[in-house]
Write a protein that binds this ligand. Structure first.
Ligand SMILES: NC(=O)c1ccc[n+]([C@@H]2O[C@H](COP(=O)([O-])OP(=O)(O)OC[C@H]3O[C@@H](n4cnc5c(N)ncnc54)[C@H](O)[C@@H]3O)[C@@H](O)[C@H]2O)c1
Length: 251
């Protein structure tokens, strides 16, 4: 059966757009949610132009009502929901990168809102749909290596990304018997517009694979974790970092 997928942040130029496109290529029906209605529409158009099924919806993840509307909109348009993907996140796209002692309270709040609070709300809304349908479901959140490695000048971001894995573990423990899974796709340095602004080109020297990752490489991992190929994987984090996190101190 055709999977019915909601991608929150799916209009983005980087990982979001690639993820929307990858689900479209797999023959899924996709609801693309994004703050920017034009981005959402363009991402949906691209899926349709390739022969797939996609609909745009705009909304702000900082709003509880908008999260409910995104999930309800997906259920209405797609006739139900099988997969939730959360993409929105980051630090430097939202607040300045500063050392921990300089970080303002309101910046911590912002980073919580756009990385973790909305994910918990979207997961809750999707769980209610999955349980009502009685057909199970899969959730994938785009995380980051900063969730388990140091995050210099991005402390709040790292803390929130660490929270995604905790949420996935709890979903795994509470809902596995309902056929519901949640996993995290934790990305390293991915060549996107946002990363271009903050990641020094010299960083590539530290990446064992010898290059930045691509958005489509993250997207394909997200699709895999959401698919039946990952039916026995839940509460886990799949790391997509070209080997950065396993490299030791020796050449
Ligand atoms: N780019 C990287 O190197 C990198 C590395 C590790 C993890 N990540 C993670 O990947 C994810 C996507 O990052 P990206 O840089 O590829 O971005 P992206 O280009 O995929 O864009 C994300 C989308 O989120 C939307 N958005 C922003 N604020 C929103 C809001 N309040 N409500 C609704 N939508 C909103 C934007 O309009 C944009 O379309 C994030 O979770 C980020 O933490 C990125």
């Amino acid at each position: 059966m055709q999977k019915r997928v909601l991608v929150i942040g799916g209009g983005g130029g980087g990982i979001g757009r690639a993820t929307t496109g990858a689900f479209g290529n797999e023959g899924a029906a996709v609801m693309v949610a994004d703050l920017d209605p034009q981005r959402a529409a363009e991402a949906a158009d691209a899926v349709r132009a390739a022969g797939g099924t996609a609909y745009p919806i705009s909304g702000d993840v900082r709003s509880a009502a908008d999260i409910e509307a995104m999930v309800a909109g997906a259920v209405e348009k797609l006739g139900g929901l099988d997969v939730l993907v959360t993409v929105v996140g980051g630090q430097v796209a939202f607040v300045p990168a500063v050392k921990l002692h300089e970080m303002a309270d309101e910046d911590w709040d912002t980073i919580y809102e756009v990385n973790l609070r909305y994910v918990a709300r979207a997961v809750r809304a999707a769980l209610r749909v999955f349980l009502d349908q009685g057909t199970g479901g899969a959730i994938v959140s785009v995380g980051s290596v900063t969730g388990f490695m140091a995050a210099p000048e991005q402390a709040a971001y790292g803390v929130m990304k660490a929270g995604l894995l905790s949420l996935a573990r709890t979903v795994a423990a509470e809902y596995a018997r309902d056929g519901i899974r949640m996993n995290v796709a934790a990305a390293g340095a991915i060549a996107t517009a946002v990363a271009n602004g903050v990641v020094d080109a010299g960083v590539v020297e530290e990446i064992p694979v010898g290059r930045f990752g691509r958005s489509d490489e993250v997207a394909r991992a997200v699709v895999c974790l959401a698919s039946d190929a990952a039916s026995y994987i839940t509460g886990q984090q799949l790391v997509l970092d070209g080997g950065v996190s396993v490299r030791g101190p020796f050449e």
